[in-house]
Design a protein around this ligand. Structure first.
Ligand code: F6R
Length: 606
């Protein structure tokens, strides 16, 4: 959360920083600010959006080096004063920071006793004062930053400038991403490649504990021991165009609509029609190893966790290996037993979610074998894992995850097919799944064509104070994801339950004022699901059924009918109408669809 951009080179920094911040706004959007160096530091910062910041930056705001920030508040409410950058009292040092400084209160008290005057409630401001205190005695800004960071407990991605060293920016990472962008006689840094791709595709990811000095003519990186580290630049294949709305009203609708293509990209080159198996070169496992696991444990947060539940189901059904999913944020705190014959799979669109990263690190510490299912190439989680599957879904800009969710489920289908075919899955079933996977992009197009009908339904149900989402077994993670999408972007309260659990408690909530979205595929549980609909209707509940057929009007008020695939793959398709339902409900309610309140893309704090 929060976005950082830094620039040093021959051009004016302010327009580059503003452009980069606009690209990062999905990471935090309660306030924004920037500082440029030109015979002293010149700063502007405001509560509000990057557009509000641009409005207060004068046309002539000269300076060829600068840092900028877009904020998602952790310490102190959104306000002009709490916006970053933060300056030292003498206005010599400026800092932008992502992450949380846990010992900020203690450091603040000491610094105040020593004469520092604080002007914000943020934890970050302690860094500006600490660096200002060491910079005088240090030979370099880099040394001053390193000395100050030794006193910090917590996580950070930072960018620092010193008015007396107008040719360099120092950045450092510990738990919060920093990526360097290499240009022609200019250098960039940001918390996300999104801010860089307009200027360069050559990037270098910092590891935790690393620090870098950027000058117009290049960069130097240092490890925690202050020794120089050698870094190989990576070429990113994401382009600036990926970050445009492409004529859609919102990124979310664009990303929902891209799914035929993004699913095709996740599949591309990975299906083997001769042996009906999936080839996943990045797993770094031979067939013998693939056969050796007795359990699969999947971890991820939020929607990534729900896609992991779909994945666990696919692995159990196709590979017959016991599998389950757990929120990474819980897993890491409960001292899990790490077993050598368990395959661990971490899911993350951003590859930077702190809880997931920390869980992977804990697994690695205990000798666990971890695969990553990740969208962002070269991200921290991808680097930390032993192998994995990239989604190739392209950048996801809207805060709510859609195309990464479906691509993750598809990647799990590939993994399950692979693990199944080196074990017990028959060639006939392998072929069935391969063919089903190939049908997905076209079937997603068919579902997208239902948008006018789904919009009407969204308009009809958007005024509900609360909605229930239910599904059984394969349908349950779909229901969870449907409820998640609705609540995060429309702010309509939504609960998801296994349909089988309804009568054990939540049925008490059902009535005309609480409609139910029921996931009812044509699988072996169809009759049981229809019985549940009867129970809901008997209590006066309205039902919107999403499945493969229209229901008796006695059982459902409305139906969305999606094409059938293989029953194991149906959850992927059943999710898509729910994305459209949430989107149109949010639009009907006038919500800020791409930047829902209180949320940010990439949760890089605990
Ligand atoms: C929901 C959503 C979040 C993310 C979660 C994990 O729409 O976007 O629940 O799925 O924060 O993010 P990643 O996948 O980046 O680790």
């Amino acid at each position: 959360m929060c976005g950082i951009v830094a620039y040093v080179g021959p051009k004016d920094a302010a327009p580059i920083l503003l452009e980069g911040l606009a690209r990062l706004e999905h990471r935090g959007y309660d306030s924004a600010g920037l500082v440029v160096s030109n015979k002293g530091l010149k700063m502007r910062k405001v509560k509000g959006r990057v557009g509000d910041l641009a409005a207060v930056v004068p046309a002539r705001f000269k300076g060829t080096l600068g840092i900028g920030h877009t904020r998602w508040a952790t310490h102190g409410a959104p306000s002009d004063a709490n916006a970053h950058p933060h300056l030292s009292t003498d206005e010599r040092v400026a800092v932008v920071h992502n992450g949380v400084i846990e010992n900020a209160d203690e450091l603040r008290a000491k610094l105040e006793a020593d004469g520092a005057v604080f002007v914000s409630e943020t934890d970050t401001e302690v860094l500006a004062h600490l660096i200002a205190r060491t910079v005088e005695e240090s030979d370099s800004l880099e040394e001053a930053v390193r000395t100050a960071l030794k006193r910090i407990v917590g996580t950070y991605g930072i960018a620092v400038i010193d008015a007396r060293r107008p040719g360099e920016v120092v950045v450092a990472r510990n738990g919060s991403p920093i990526v360097l962008g290499i240009g022609e006689k200019e250098m960039f840094a940001a918390s996300d490649v999104a801010a860089l791709v307009r200027y360069t595709r050559q990037v270098v990811h910092l590891e935790d504990g690393e620090l870098a000095v950027l000058r117009a003519d290049g960069f130097t990186t240092f490890g925690g021991d202050a020794r120089e580290t050698a870094k190989e630049p990576l070429t990113v294949d994401w382009e600036a165009g990926h970050y445009d709305t492409g004529g859609y009203e919102h990124y979310l609708l664009k990303e929902i609509s891209e799914q035929p293509e993004t699913v095709a990209r996740t599949l591309r080159g990975r299906l083997d029609d001769r042996f009906h198996i999936a080839h996943l070169g990045g797993l770094n496992m031979d067939a013998r190893e693939s056969r050796s696991f007795r359990r699969v444990k999947i971890i991820g947060c939020g929607s990534a966790y729900y896609s992991g539940q779909i994945g666990a189901q696919l692995i159990e059904e196709l590979a017959r290996i016991p599998a389950d999913a757990e929120p990474a944020s819980e897993f890491r705190y409960r001292s899990p037993v790490v077993e050598p014959d368990t395959l661990y799979v971490a899911i993350s669109q951003s590859g930077e979610t702190y809880d997931t990263l920390a869980a992977v690190q804990e697994l690695k510490r205990k000798g666990g074998r971890v695969l990553g299912i990740v969208n962002t190439v070269g991200s921290a989680i991808a680097r930390e894992c032993d192998g994995g599957v990239y989604l190739h879904a392209g950048p996801e800009v809207s805060v709510a995850s859609t195309k990464a969710f479906t691509s993750t489920a598809v990647a799990f289908a590939l993994l399950a097919l692979h693990l199944g075919r080196v074990r017990d899955l028959s060639p006939a079933d392998g072929r069935r799944i391969c063919e089903g996977l190939r049908r997905l992009p076209r079937q997603i197009e068919e579902i997208l064509a239902l948008e006018p009908q789904i919009k009407e339904l969204a308009d009809k149900y958007a005024d509900a104070a609360s909605m229930m989402f239910v599904g059984r077994v394969r349908g349950y993670p779909v229901a969870r994801e449907g409820a998640q999408k609705l609540k995060e972007i429309s702010y309509v309260h939504a609960e998801a339950y296994p349909a089988s659990e309804l009568k054990h408690g939540p049925l008490a909530l059902i009535g005309p004022e609480t409609p139910t979205v029921a996931i009812v595929p044509d699988d072996e549980l169809l009759d049981k699901n229809l019985t549940t609909l009867g129970e809901i209707r008997a209590r006066g509940g309205r039902v919107l059924m999403v499945g493969h057929r229209t229901a008796d009007p006695k059982l459902a008020d409305d139906c969305v009918v999606v094409p059938r695939n293989e029953i194991e793959l149906d959850p992927i398709l059943l999710t898509i109408p729910l994305q459209l339902l949430a989107y149109h409900a949010a639009v009907a309610l006038g919500r800020d669809v791409d930047k829902p309140r209180n949320l940010a893309k990439s949760v890089t704090v605990e």
